[in-house]
Design a protein around this ligand. Sequence first.
Ligand SMILES: *Cc1c(COP(=O)(O)O)cnc(C)c1O
Length: 460
Amino acid sequence: MSVKYVPEPFRIKMVETIKMLSREEREQKIAEAKYNLFNLKGEDVYIDLLTDSGTNAMSQEQWAGVMRGDEAYAGASSYFKLVESAQDIFGYKYIQPVHQGRAAEKVLFGLLMGKGQYSISNMHFDTTRAHVELSGARAIDCVVPEAANPSLRVPFKGNMDVKRLEQLIKEHGADKVALVIMTITNNSAGGQPVSVQNIRETSEICKKYNIKLCIDAARYAENAYFIKQREPGYENKSIKEIVKEVFSYADMFTMSAKKDTIVNMGGLIGIKEDEKLYQLCKGRTISFEGFITYGGLAGRDLEALSIGLYEGIDENYLKYRIGQMEYLAGRLDDAGIAYQSPVGGHGVFVDAKAMFPQIPYYEFPAQALAVELYKEAGIRTTDIGSYMLGNDPDTGKQLKAEFEFTRLAIPRRVYTQAHIDIMADALIAIKERASAVKGYKITWEPPILRHFQASLEPLK
Ligand SMILES: *Cc1c(COP(=O)(O)O)cnc(C)c1O
């Protein structure tokens, strides 16, 4: 039952040469990298699926915008253009550019939370969790239980478990819950979408207990496309209308613009109407990022971002984008390879627990599959499992992740159908020799966000 590939709604004007090393060279490179794929050189990778973040191909319009970028330190026209575009799409009064998503978290979370408080999210992304913890607060994930079952096909697996959210608020006390964060799409659950209904219900609970709601908006456009496809009542609405409704339920957003706005660097903070909060944000932006009208970005970046905001919500583009995921997922279905299904918006999250039942969570099955994919075809992916989750900040004990996913994150407008076939073929080849694959142990790790830097060693 094969899925048809949705042809690219663009043609190629500029190319970048890539090459595949021999298997012997790849085995040597990954050993030298201490089995951490972040330590590999980009040039030693054939197909780079480490992340869809900042790895997108910009359009001719965006490159033309790069040339038009206004590099004035203060009051650049590119800044005003960006603010106007973002206000138009999200309907928020205040827009602050920053250099990437985690900068938005750093600027905003330090103002909103601290020791003894909690942040509750459908799932915190790793840097989001890190900034909650750096503020002194604690992060609690509250995704619907369906998300933990990779083979269960339900339309909105990224949703907040709203019943549990209310229980958690009562348990900890509403005054201790500093923020509720809705991550759309739910990256850590597999790029799974969140429904409008769920966002509305979450918003109602927040209002009831007087807690602010923040959208972690990295993939708001892919989320809106899924809503249009799957949520009754939204099939005839435009992506822009859906985006506006979704954001109307929250008080603020943080955004990594390196995802759905199809640029290589950038981020945004949006504040619906709280002028006091915006004033405080401006102060911290100046300290951490730079003057408010550039926020750690060059004028040319602001310009490309303001164009990307519109390209990212183009429905023909989104149809091709999600279609690429569905094509790869279809090939895995045919081969009986388990992944977080239905497939999410920005990649395929392969269920490494199902592929390697012999490897326990503390020996990092999803990292093992990531290493195998590099050895097999020069494909670079990442662990979204216990290896990424790390240790409990209070006890130092290895945490057990809900999932052990190896994420094949697909950059936007970069790879073709033939590349996607190579990904599927590599996974099929690994599945055939899966029982012989062993786990890993960590030989060195830093205290926070360890997966970026840790050293590993294969177990005998
Ligand atoms: C990427 C991402 C971030 C962090 O953004 P950066 O631009 O990488 O700093 C935060 N939340 C989510 C959901 C993300 O996907």
